[in-house]
Design a protein. Sequence first.
Length: 250
Amino acid sequence: MISIKSESEIEAMRKSGHYVALVLEELSEKILPGVTTLELDQYAEKRCKDFGVRPAFKGYQGFPGCLCISINDEIVHGIPSSKRKLAEGDIVGVDFGVIDQGWFGDSARTFAVGKISPKAQDLMDVTKKSLELGIEQCVPGNRLFDIGHAIQNYVEGHGYSVVREFVGHGIGRALHEEPQVPNFGTKGKGLLLKEGMVIAIEPMVNIGKPQVRVLSDGWTAVTADKSLSAHFEHTIAIRSTGPDVLTRVI
């Protein structure tokens, strides 16, 4: 069942989203060569305690970290580790969520570690822009697959591919609610978007082919052809006035 949120519920989710955005912004200053992914995770957990919120991912279906940290050919769900150090030229996807007063916020960004290749930068730019184009479709009266169509059309127009195994989702009192929000699809198809729906849109884009494989840790998803991958995500409320991005610093 798809949950329609009230004005007060959306404002409560905006507060959760604010904390997510704030931590991601702070992490942007800490993503440097030589830093371990566990150090980033520990920082995020400390900030959750400072804010009086809970990390949404830690313990979720057994996931061990507060952050999903995915480097280079890793698409999503990378596990923080003291053995994994960032290196100059890496690109790092960081997915983060919190729970505040029972409401979830969820967002992701891909960061450059030092100086990166022009191709890696272009991949990040295209992925981020595709998210923005998907968000533009979040208006009452549009169809769900209008979002995925806008993302897919832009990504493939730049010669990249959209991951299909992982999709966006509804969000609210649970991290993953209905509906699923694919990053591909046929324009004009899918359920009708209504005011009060809140969804997380999260394109995952590969330089190479879209195929995915999961590593032996049972979590980390990588590109099957070892090509670079980027990931951006926002939580959006659908309003009569247009898309309302909740995962921004207030």
